[in-house]
Design a protein around this ligand. Structure first.
Ligand code: SF4
Ligand code: SF4
Length: 353
């Protein structure tokens, strides 16, 4: 793997060159001070001083709703209009790991052409980050990244060390070779090591994922799930913001005046009641406690058993999003036997009465 150096003042000229024939998407600060990956029409809108975006970058590969194909009595015609050449810039290591989990999921038993075509048409440029009080990617070993990007920008003072992760990334640098420096000095290396050590010490939140599969098994019938079920609003927000969640639904949209229907695919959540409803009026996970248990079994047990890592990349989005503080941190603490949240205690008492 090759590493080069880019002065910060050369970043926008470089992005200008690579986005000549592609949409550029990057983090932008919204009016509510939160960040979102947005289509960039003005480089000054790019804001790299962020911790997490509201939605993970998977929204670019499988949008919240899109038409998969048009179906008529004559047959069907696939629609890939959501796939356009893109450059996605500013992705943090945890979200790059989220995309790697997505790759695994959409390539395994059945290849998902809608995801894979979008992935093939997108250059992904990672960017270094600094943890806040909700980040715990060190516990999931997703705070560093060795693959899954075309270029990775590590920010140091007034320049970047740029890791080249693919031949496509290398081609990008060749568009403007005059902007990059090939020689990395001893001082640069020392700065990078010092930055990494400081960042490693900055993580405040830790989860012991190693014991989670056993604890999920041991507490499978524990009353804590009923307590959580009482608190959960069944809003599905935890799924919408999670970089590794991939539930979806498919709906027919008849096109009035035409002889076909559009078959739309839209984000869904196993936390929503209708997700498990089937014909005949049955629902296999009618209770919120059952749906919560499924979500956490997937994140903390099933994926670890199959792939040796949790289906969580430590991004902290469920921590900042759930309105009633049910998240991977509080649930893992509850599994460890701690009464960690006054809200749950109140509900637990109400349930007992
Ligand atoms: S479970 Fe929570 S912290 Fe883990 S990846 Fe999903 S949203 Fe991020
Ligand atoms: S756990 Fe929280 S975010 Fe998820 S569905 Fe329940 S209330 Fe909503």
């Amino acid at each position: 793997m090759k590493i080069v150096k880019l002065k910060k003042e050369n970043l926008h000229p470089f992005l200008q060159a690579v986005s000549q024939d592609a949409e550029l998407w990057a983090p932008v600060r919204l009016s509510n001070n939160k960040h979102s990956f947005q289509l960039i029409d003005d480089f000054s809108k790019i804001d790299l001083d962020y911790t997490r975006t509201i939605l993970p970058p998977r929204k670019l590969f499988l949008p919240p709703e899109f038409n998969m194909f048009q179906a008529s009595f004559q047959g069907y015609q696939e629609d890939y209009s959501h796939v356009t050449p893109k450059v996605l810039f500013g992705v943090h290591p945890c979200d790059l790991h989220g995309l790697l989990i997505f790759d695994q999921f959409h390539r395994q038993a059945f290849e998902d052409p809608y995801y894979l075509k979008a992935r093939e048409n997108t250059l992904v440029f990672g960017h270094s980050c600094w943890p806040d009080e909700y980040c715990f990617c060190q516990s999931t070993h997703t705070h560093i990244i060795e693959e899954g990007y075309d270029l990775f920008f590590s920010e140091l003072d007034d320049y970047y060390l740029v890791w080249i992760g693919s031949s496509e990334g290398d081609d990008c640098l060749r568009l403007t070779p005059e902007l990059f420096e090939e020689s990395i000095s001893e001082e640069d290396i020392k700065s990078y090591i010092a930055w990494q050590e400081k960042r490693n010490r900055a993580f405040q939140l830790h989860i012991n994922f190693v014991s989670m599969p056993d604890l999920m098994e041991l507490r499978y019938h524990h009353p804590l799930w009923e307590v959580l079920g009482q608190a959960c609003l069944s809003c599905g927000s935890c799924s919408m913001v999670c970089p590794t969640c991939n539930c979806y639904n498919v709906n027919d949209h008849p096109v009035l005046g035409k002889n076909y229907s559009e078959i739309h695919r839209c984000w869904d959540s196993c936390m929503l009641e209708n997700y498990s409803a089937v014909a005949g009026g049955e629902n296999f996970r009618e209770k919120r406690s059952q749906r919560l248990k499924l979500w956490y079994t997937h994140k903390l047990q099933a994926y670890i058993s199959k792939y040796g890592k949790p289906a969580c990349v430590g991004c902290g989005r469920c921590l900042v999003t759930c309105p009633v503080d049910i998240n991977i941190y509080t649930v893992s603490r509850a599994l460890e036997g701690e009464q960690v949240d006054a809200f749950w205690n109140r509900l637990a008492n109400e349930v007992k009465q």
